[in-house]
Design a protein around this ligand. Structure first.
Ligand code: KG4
Ligand code: ZN
Length: 337
């Protein structure tokens, strides 16, 4: 089965073609980072308009790259939520109308489930032994999920305030590093002195699997304000202290989740799972096998939507012609695959 995947939940237009027999055929991505740079954050209306501009040429490109035509597509998967309403509607309307015109099914996909499944693209689904634990860490979410079966998710813990990626982005902004902050902080941290500052590890001194990252960001703000004009070394040192504390906090909670569930594998997914320190520390400090996607499949992309769509459509999932997007959508409401 060949599925076309369309991702448009935030500031990236991602399109891909996935073949359930031969794996990922092609993918194309357009980032809107430059478009929103002057505004200090994603402007929803500008995001929607840019998705409208890019979605057709990107679809044409993935077909061309894979040497396929529309007639080769068996189904279209699109991100139905969570995300920005207008941005989601662009992908959903495009996917539904194209699918209707071609006489193939369209299916709305949960963006975080797609992140969770991304490490399985181009592997066998039995590469993961159920049940396992997943750490979903992106710009909008930080969640520990007990995956009992594909589609059967129990939230073990989540952030009570900022997501981990959001804390990276806000800290990078106050250091003048630009967006997205995660890779910029990681790059600076490599030059930093890890011993100069010690940032807190929020909510690790009490039991439980919830996270809080807003205090860490405030701690970074207070540190920056106490330093006055920042030197290059200050920026690198604050970046190192922040990254070490954020990663340490995630590692402590992941270890607890593994102990609590007895799971043998920990999947890490979402933009922050691209972080090299996080991958290395988890591998070093946990007994469970750490599983993650290749870098290009950690941040938002169309391939993960095409893949999740293929799994669900092959499992028999269907929907009617109406367009249902869900800006907020708990993963626990999904049906099993
Ligand atoms: O999954 P994603 O592309 O979009 C959302 O669904 O939110 O995640 C984006 C987030 C951003 O906050 C970005 O700063 C963070 O992932 N990120 C990283 C790294 N690469 C991206 N955070 C830490 N280290 C990285 N290398
Ligand atoms: Zn995402």
């Amino acid at each position: 089965m060949i599925t076309l995947g369309i991702e448009s939940s935030c500031d990236e237009t991602g399109v891909a073609l996935y073949d359930s027999e031969h794996g990922l055929l092609s993918q194309a991505l357009h980032s809107q980072v430059a478009l929103h740079a002057d505004y200090g954050g994603v402007v929803p209306e500008l995001a929607s308009r840019d998705h409208v501009r890019k979605i057709t040429p990107l679809t044409e490109r993935v077909l061309q790259d894979a040497n396929k035509t529309l007639d080769d597509i068996d189904g279209i998967a699109y991100t139905a939520g969570p995300g920005l309403m207008g941005a989601l509607l662009v992908g959903a309307s495009f996917a539904k109308s194209l699918a209707w015109s071609m006489g193939v099914p369209a299916l709305g996909i949960h963006h975080m489930e797609a992140h969770l499944l991304a490490p399985l693209i181009n592997r066998q689904t039995d590469a993961l032994g159920l049940p396992f634990v997943a750490l979903l860490v992106s710009g909008g979410h930080t969640q520990l999920v007990h995956v009992k079966a594909f589609g059967d998710y129990e939230i073990l813990g989540e952030s009570v305030d900022d997501a981990a990626g959001e804390a990276f982005d806000k800290t990078a902004k106050l250091l003048g590093l630009g967006y997205p902050g995660g890779p910029k902080i990681a790059e600076q941290a490599e030059q930093g002195d890890p011993t100069r500052f010690r940032f807190p590890r929020p909510m690790t001194d009490r039991p439980g699997l919830d996270f809080s990252f807003s205090g860490l960001k405030t701690y970074a703000l207070n540190t920056v304000q106490s330093l006055g004009p920042l030197s290059k070394q200050d920026i690198a040192d604050v970046s190192a202290a922040f990254e070490i504390a954020a990663v340490d906090t995630l590692v402590i909670k992941c270890r607890r989740a593994i102990e609590q569930t007895g799971a043998q594998q920990l999947v890490i997914a979402g933009g922050v799972s691209a972080n090299t320190r996080l991958r290395a520390e988890l591998t070093d400090k946990l007994t469970a096998e750490i599983v993650y996607a290749p870098l290009a499949l950690c941040t938002d992309n169309g391939a993960m939507i095409a893949y999740a769509g293929a799994l669900r459509m092959l499992g028999g999932a269907q929907e009617n012609l109406s367009i249902n997007t869900r800006p907020r959508w708990p993963m626990t409401e999904l049906p099993a695959i």
